[in-house]
Design a protein around this ligand. Structure first.
Ligand code: FES
Length: 102
């Protein structure tokens, strides 16, 4: 079973924004969508650019490198569900965002 580790303070990631962190040598992108936190690998499946600094609109993030869109709530490319993002379980406890890295 994966162990949750502290990633960031919840107030460091306001609603409607994304950010990036590194945990256990992994680059992770975090997004706050209406108070719900999502964690994915910070590497676009197309060519590896950061998605954490992509343009976030609702549940969609647009990669700034070539403009592909990804649905964060579904964990996949917006128009091709077969292109999956690597997602991580998230918990928020005592104002801290906790992520289970496997
Ligand atoms: S690297 Fe993200 S769309 Fe190309």
């Amino acid at each position: 079973m994966a162990e949750f580790v502290e990633a960031i303070e919840l107030d460091q990631i306001p609603s409607g924004q994304g950010t990036t962190i590194t945990i256990a040598n992994k680059a992770i992108a975090l997004f706050n969508i209406d108070g719900q936190i999502y964690a994915i690998d910070d590497a676009c499946p197309h060519a590896g650019s950061s998605l954490g600094w992509g343009k976030l609109e609702g549940s969609m993030v647009t990669c700034r490198a070539h403009g592909l869109k990804f649905n964060l709530t579904k964990g996949c490319m917006a128009n091709n569900p077969e292109v999956a993002l690597t997602t991580y379980p998230v918990q928020v406890m005592d104002g801290k965002v906790m992520i289970a890295i496997t």
